[in-house]
Design a protein around this ligand. Structure first.
Ligand code: THU
Length: 133
């Protein structure tokens, strides 16, 4: 498995952030992740005049993951307009859990944390599989 180059993730997330569509909040966000096959994927937030329809940067990133061949997320980072690391919102933690699992590494202001720390006791695909057996 490829070693995570966190600087590449930060630069890729920053590039994506510059393409964000955030005319309402004026809070552009960019996200980038390393996939288990070595791919780097990214996403940016896309807002809407109907505010509640806003797509977080992580939504675009997950769509890009699936559309470019799928795989498991290994490492993730998300930045704001100043290049500061952002914590993913609650909904996006769940999205990341589906495709990265509890061990997904998340870059934060206080270092790298596993997703299990951000989303303890997560509900995931294995819960459904267990109950369907
Ligand atoms: N946002 C993200 O893109 N990801 C997050 O995890 C937190 C919030 C976006 C949504 C909205 O366009 C803007 O940040 C302000 O909330």
């Amino acid at each position: 498995m490829k070693q995570t180059d966190w600087e590449v993730l930060r630069i890729t997330a920053t590039d994506a952030m510059k393409r964000a569509y955030a005319p309402y909040s004026k809070f552009p966000v960019g996200a980038a992740a390393l996939v288990d096959d070595g791919r780097i994927i990214s996403g940016c937030n896309v807002e809407n005049a109907s505010y509640g329809l806003t797509l977080c940067a992580e939504c675009g990133l997950i769509s890009s993951l699936v559309a470019s061949g799928g795989g498991k997320l290994i490492a993730f980072s998300c930045v704001d307009i100043s290049g500061n690391y952002l914590m993913p919102c609650g909904r996006c933690r769940q999205l990341l859990h589906e495709h990265g699992g509890a061990s997904l590494q998340i870059m934060t202001d206080t270092g790298i944390k596993p997703l299990s720390e951000l989303l303890p006791w997560a509900f995931g695909p294995e819960e459904i599989e267990r109950r369907l057996d």
